[in-house]
Structure formats: C-alpha cells, structure tokens
Ligand binder design. Structure first.
Ligand code: ADP
Length: 271
C-alpha cells in the first residue's frame, strides 16, 4: 500500500518545484508488526522463567523455615536454574543488538586459542544431561582454533535445538569429523525438518519457522543468528541440510589447529 503526499512551491505566480512523496505503507506496517511481535516474544520468554521464580520465592518466604531441608534446597536450585536461563536470554538480546545486519563482528568478543574439541563436545553433552544425546568423537584430542566458551555456547544452541525440535523419544547424534584442515561437528536429529525455502532464513535475526511445533516451543529466533556469527568470528561457519519429516543436520566447522589452511578459503581470525 502506498500513500502519496504532494507539495508545490510557487514563486511569482509560477510553479518552481513540484514534490511528490510516496510512502510505502506496507513496509511501515511490516516494521510496526515486527516490533510488536518482538516485544510480545521477548516479554513471553522473560515471563516464562520469572513465574516460577516469583512463585518459589513466595513459598520460601512464607513457609521456608518449616520446610524439610531437601525441599528448600530443591526450591533454591530451581530458582537458580530459571534465573540463569533469564540471564542467558538477556545476554542473547544484548549480543544480538550489538551485531549489526552487516557482516561485521564488532559486538562479538571472541578470543581464539587452541582447544580440544572432543572435550568441548563432551562437556556440552554432560551439561545438557540427557540420555538422548549420542556422541561419536575420536578417543584422542582434536585441537581446533576457537574461543572455548563461545564454542560451548554454539554447540549448546545446536544440540539444544535438535532436542527441542524433535520428539522426546528420538536420539540426537553428535559426530566429530576431521578433514584436511577443518574439523566438523554434525548435529543430527530425527525431527520434523526445515522447509527448503527457510534453510538460510533460520540464521536471520528473530526468524522462527511458522509451524505449530515451533510456535508451541519457547524461543526467540536469536540462537542461530548469534551462533553463526560467533562461528564466523572464529574463522569457521555453520551449515544446515534438512529433509521435511525426516530430520536436520546442523554442521559447525572450525579450523584444525596446527594444520595449514589450504589456499582459497584462508579466513582471517579476529583475536
Ligand atoms: P529459537 O529456537 O529460539 O526459535 P533459533 O535461532 O535457535 O531460535 O532457531 C530459529 C528457528 O529455526 C527455530 O525457531 C526453528 O523454527 C528452526 N530450527 C532450528 N533448529 C531446528 C532443528 N534442529 N529442527 C527443526 N527446526 C529447527
């Protein structure tokens, strides 16, 4: 939809300037709708962990001294867990607001060094603590060029998504592959897959696939946007392949430490 605004400038009785301004209302409405959707999503995502925090704090304040020690500890653990979740959410929002849409990594503080990727994969699987994750990594260390904390964050996002977007009866496979000068971590699930026309879009800020399964799952659509930018800032990348109703494979690629990078795809790494 377009809105036209017309103005004319006369001097000495004759027309000297005639200006027509065309406003693209469709675009303005879309931006307004995106803003409203964004506020609704973020409010919902923050309220979800906040509700049990307020509830359990109330319980502790009114009945805390009469509670068995174990029950009190469980309440405190739950509050700490939900508060940590909120803190990660706020971190994501701040990080996403610092990363522009251009290909810059100004807001990303990555500090690369050499780390064993097999240990990082094992730690993510341990932290997520579910028997659904099946890891397949070499028995020896595989050194890569990365920021350890950021790699944990990226893999937690990829494996967390694989668990979230597939039935709870299905396993998620995490496999580490080494090729000439790169190391790949394939995270495969037997979920509902991603439509071909959205495979690249899922890496855009706030993009969530509009289907009932995604909409019934909590999320902001920021995870993959941040994850890919972090991988790229470490000199790597994330790719995806997917088949509807069969499953998806997200692959994190990082540089093998100590092996020379082959000619064409030499990528400078921000330290
Ligand atoms: P969030 O999970 O918070 O929505 P992400 O940026 O991590 O945000 O993912 C963006 C979207 O990509 C998700 O909303 C979902 O629609 C889709 N997606 C991500 N991972 C998977 C997966 N393993 N299987 C199916 N869809 C996925």
């Amino acid at each position: 939809r377009l809105r036209l605004a017309h103005s004319a400038l006369f001097a000495g009785g004759s027309l000297v300037r005639d200006v027509v301004v065309v406003h693209d209302l469709t675009r303005e409405h879309r931006t307004e709708r995106l803003k409203a959707d964004f506020i609704a999503t973020v409010s919902h995502e923050l309220r979800t962990p906040l509700t049990p925090i307020i509830g359990y704090l109330g319980l502790l304040r009114t009945r805390g001294d009469r509670m068995p020690a174990q029950k009190r500890q469980d309440c405190l653990d739950l509050i700490a867990d939900r508060a940590a979740h909120m803190s990660r959410l706020v971190e994501d929002l701040l990080l996403a607001s610092r990363i522009g849409d251009a290909d810059d990594d100004l807001g990303l503080h990555v500090s690369v060094g050499t780390h064993d990727l097999t240990a990082i994969v094992r730690q993510v699987a341990d932290d997520l603590d579910t028997s659904r994750i099946k890891i397949d990594v070499p028995g020896h260390p595989v050194p890569v060029v990365c920021d350890e904390g950021r790699t944990l964050q990226v893999l937690t996002n990829l494996i967390g998504n694989a668990l979230k977007y597939s039935p709870s009866t299905e396993d998620v496979r995490v496999r580490l592959r080494v090729d000439a000068d790169r190391v790949h971590v394939d995270v495969s699930d037997h979920g509902r897959g991603i439509p071909a026309d959205q495979l690249e879009k899922v890496f855009e800020k706030f993009h969530r696939v509009e289907d009932p399964m995604t909409m019934s799952t909590s999320g902001t659509g920021l995870g993959l946007f941040i994850a890919r930018r972090l991988a790229q800032a470490m000199g790597g990348d994330i790719a995806v392949t997917s088949t509807l109703n069969v499953g998806s494979v997200f692959t994190l690629t990082l540089r093998h430490a100590g092996r020379p990078v082959s000619g064409a795809d030499r990528t400078p790494v921000a330290a």
